[in-house]
Each structure stands twice: as C-alpha cells, then as structure tokens.
Design a protein around this ligand. Sequence first.
Ligand SMILES: CC(C)(COP(=O)(O)OP(=O)(O)OC[C@H]1O[C@@H](n2cnc3c(N)ncnc32)[C@H](O)[C@@H]1OP(=O)(O)O)[C@@H](O)C(=O)NCCC(=O)NCCS
Length: 212
Amino acid sequence: MPLRRPLIVIGVGGHGRVLMDIVRVRPDFRLAAVVDDRFTEPELRGGLLYGPISTVPSLLLDEPDAELVIGIGDNRIRRQIAERLGLADEQYAALVHPGAYVSSDAQLGAGAVVMPGAVIGPGAVVGAHAIVNSGAVVEHDAVVGDFAHVSPNATLAGGAVVEEGAHVGSGAVLIPGVRLGRWSVLGAGGTAIRDLPDGITAVGVPAVALAR
Ligand SMILES: CC(C)(COP(=O)(O)OP(=O)(O)OC[C@H]1O[C@@H](n2cnc3c(N)ncnc32)[C@H](O)[C@@H]1OP(=O)(O)O)[C@@H](O)C(=O)NCCC(=O)NCCS
C-alpha cells in the first residue's frame, strides 16, 4: 500500500471538523496534527497531536512532507491565516471528498476543498483555499476565486465567476457568465442574473445589492 500523505488541518471549528471527516474517508491521507489557537500548548488527544497554529513550523521540521489545509469557514480569516503562515502553495493539499465529481479538465488550487456531492465541470477553475461545499455545482468553465466559498447546493452556471473572497450563499445561483465581485456576498437562495460589484451583499431573485 502506498504511503499515506500526512496532512495538518488548521481549525477545530465546524469547517475544520468537516475536513477531518474527509481525511478519514481518504485512504491516501493521514491526519498528522490539528492546529488551532484555541490550544495554548501542544497536547496529545487520542494519539493525535493538537496545538496552537504557531507550532506549524516545528511540525514541518519533524515532517517536511506534511501538507496543510485551512479548515476555517470565514473567508477573511482563512486568508489571514494563509498570510500569517507564509508557506509556499505546494505545502497545501487540495482536499476532495471521494463522493464529489471533479472533471479531469478542472483545476483545483492549493488548499482548495470540495465537499461530498459537489460537481466541478470541465474547464472550471477553483482557486487557492476556496471551498466548494456539499452538493454545489461549479459548471464548465466557471471560476471560483482564491478564498471564495460556494455554499451547499449553490450553482455556478457555465462560465460564471466568483471573485476572490466572495461568498455564494446556500442554494444561490449565478446564471451563465455572471460575475460576483471580490469579497461580495450573494445571499442564500438568491439568483444573480447580472454582474454584481465588489464588496456588496446582494439578495433575492433577481439579486439586488442591499443598501448599506
Ligand atoms: C445575505 C446575508 C449574508 C445577509 O446577512 P445580514 O448582513 O446579517 O443581513 P440581515 O439579516 O440584516 O438582512 C438584511 C435584509 O436582507 C434580507 N435578507 C437577508 N438574507 C436574505 C436572503 N438570503 N434572501 C432574501 N432576503 C434576505 C433581510 O430580510 C433583511 O431585509 P429587511 O431589511 O427588509 O428586513 C445572509 O442572510 C445570508 O443569506 N447568508 C448566507 C448564509 C449561507 O448560506 N451560509 C452557508 C454556510 S455553509
């Protein structure tokens, strides 16, 4: 049996636990450690090492081949942690649940995660540290930017673009070719029928920006 790839999960909150769950059903990965600033000191629990995020460099000295994945659901905090660690992209694993479909012609960035039941079509690009959540569809040639999150059951039709850090709420839809701007939010159940600018929150069908 080939060696299992050691993986360090960052985050023990809801999203981090989902990622640990994926590691358990991926026979090619082995959970090497879990880090989160809720821990002040390294400690062993059930044979697994838990510790603060500041222990990552020493964990990598012990196990240089270990890869990481950031299991923090908040897009901005995920970016902050990636910036704080300053590691090369190659140090992050893309983590795909075996129950997802990812076209062989799609690209997944460093640290991207794809949840059960998600579908990623040919020519699609999922950026670094992006999340494609359970049952979401990223159709052919659609783009999910770095640190973006496509929530459960959301649909990006062909060629739709979710820019860096943007969040597509549960069950929301972007029709073909439409763009959701950087760090914007499309609320749950909303449908974007035209491009939405950076830094806004839009809701409804068709989605319009909330006045704030
Ligand atoms: C869009 C969203 C981010 C807005 O959150 P918020 O900034 O806290 O906004 P509020 O709850 O104050 O709502 C502001 C207004 O938008 C409306 N609204 C909020 N979310 C809406 C939605 N999804 N669809 C339609 N209207 C919505 C509210 O009714 C409110 O309207 P009002 O001012 O007329 O009363 C949030 O409601 C949402 O849909 N988040 C997606 C969550 C999700 O899918 N997470 C997945 C995790 S895996």
